[in-house]
Design a protein around this ligand. Structure first.
Ligand SMILES: [Zn+2]
Length: 136
């Protein structure tokens, strides 16, 4: 029987450098920084331990301090006693969501962090004179 490598994941289109370059031309520099490096989510010490009830879970949300468009939502299962004191808590999962101006247009396909890193650097540097220090 012939084996096929064609799965849903491998059929998904890979975004081209041109797709990313078009996006980079009009995107905020903070968005490009997060796309090419990492988000800067607040630490628990900065936002405290506040939860909202959503269905049967307790959720915490963190929005990136740099781009403001990536939100990490953690779901927790928290049990309190009759007086409201937490007696048990279990982490469930985390989901990410993104606001306007962060994602490539629908149908562009998947992009890789290294691809963003290259496109963002090229956009900033190619065609310009930069200072390159020689390491001893
Ligand atoms: Zn970000």
């Amino acid at each position: 029987m012939a084996k096929t490598r064609s799965t849903a994941a491998t059929r998904r289109r890979q975004a081209t450098d041109e797709d990313l370059e078009r996006f980079a031309e009009q995107a905020d520099s903070d968005v490009l920084g997060c796309r090419s490096e990492a988000h800067n989510f607040p630490k628990p010490s900065e936002i405290g331990w506040n939860f909202k009830v959503s269905g049967s879970f307790h959720i915490r949300t963190f929005t990136c301090k740099d781009c403001g468009r990536a939100t990490r939502t953690q779901r927790w299962d928290i049990i309190t006693n009759r007086t409201g004191v937490v007696t048990r808590m279990d982490y469930v999962d985390t989901k990410m969501s993104y606001g306007d101006g962060y994602l490539l247009p629908a149908g562009s396909g998947r992009s890789r962090k290294t691809q963003w890193r290259e496109v963002v650097a090229r956009t900033a540097v190619v065609g310009k004179k930069i200072q390159i220090e020689v390491e001893d």
